[in-house]
Design a protein around this ligand. Structure first.
Ligand code: ZN
Length: 282
């Protein structure tokens, strides 16, 4: 039965929203330095991620990497790990709380507890112009998780093996030489690269709509620590209609890794370990 609205409901609803975190206290992002550095980038590696597959890549602290749209409009699901410790990985939820539901230039990808430090900073985003559309949608969300075969089985009673979760699991098993059953739990909630999403105005349900990304678009990061990345080219393609099936037109994504070749990064240091003493009050 629906609960009865109290007499002071309007007054309760009119409480002022307060931004949860003092985000002005975050360590400053050196965007001026990165803007200078990115003028002298030289490519040192590239990895082509085939459609409905995932691939891993390595980026040393201080190197830059780009995820490029090639051939057609395509969404990517990105996982990041500390290259030396898979237990330190991207923390979608805290990143959302510290920045916003969707990320762009100047925002950082933070790692999980007990690490909580910047793993990567977005230094350029050719879709920065998109902002928020009339549906409340934006690009590069950290609200969705990743398409996965368990949800697909629950909703549709069918096994599908090329969801981003499975693609990332296979790629991580290949990278580490471990069995999929032993490595699957390291796959985590993603940055939904190029994906256009939001919450419906009336029911606050997670929606997707055709990605505005086109070949030539890219999102670029500087690695704040040594990174192992894993990127899946989502079976949803541009995520305009469906996912978790073989219906959508899908395209590859190109990952490129760059060195800065001038002195713009001299004196720059990787992000330090979190300083909390971990005593938890004991
Ligand atoms: Zn996906």
């Amino acid at each position: 039965m629906t609960a009865t609205e109290p007499a002071d409901a309007a007054e309760r609803r009119s409480a002022e929203p307060v931004v949860c975190y003092d985000v002005e206290n975050l360590p400053p992002v050196e965007l001026d330095r990165y803007e200078r550095a990115r003028q002298s980038l030289a490519k040192v590696d590239e990895v082509l991620v085939p459609p409905r597959q995932a691939r891993t890549f390595h980026v040393a602290a201080g190197q830059f990497f780009r995820i490029n749209s090639v051939e057609g409009s395509q969404v990517g699901d990105l996982n990041l790990f500390n290259e030396h410790d898979l237990n330190e990985r991207f923390f979608s939820g805290k990143t959302r709380q510290l920045h916003a539901s969707h990320l762009t230039r100047g925002d950082r990808m933070w790692s999980n507890l007990p690490h909580l430090r910047p793993m990567a900073t977005i230094t350029h985003d050719t879709l920065e112009w998109y902002g928020w559309d009339d549906d409340g949608g934006g690009v590069h969300d950290v609200i969705g998780t990743r398409c996965d075969p368990y949800t697909q089985q629950t909703l549709n009673g069918a096994d599908y093996h090329h969801c981003c979760h499975s693609n990332l699991t296979r790629a991580l098993a290949d990278e580490t030489g471990q069995e999929m059953a032993d490595i699957e739990h390291h796959v985590h909630d993603v940055l939904n690269v190029f994906m256009c999403t939001g919450f419906t105005r009336d029911t606050q349900q997670y929606f997707m709509k055709a990605s505005p990304v086109r070949p030539g678009d890219y999102i670029e990061f500087v690695a704040e620590i040594d990174l192992l990345g894993a990127l899946s080219a989502c079976p949803g393609g541009d995520c305009s209609a469906s996912h978790s099936d073989d219906e959508a037109a899908c395209y590859p994504l190109l990952v490129e890794v760059f060195d800065c070749t001038d002195d713009s990064m001299s004196g720059w240091t990787p992000s330090a370990a979190n300083e909390y003493d971990r005593s938890h009050g004991r």
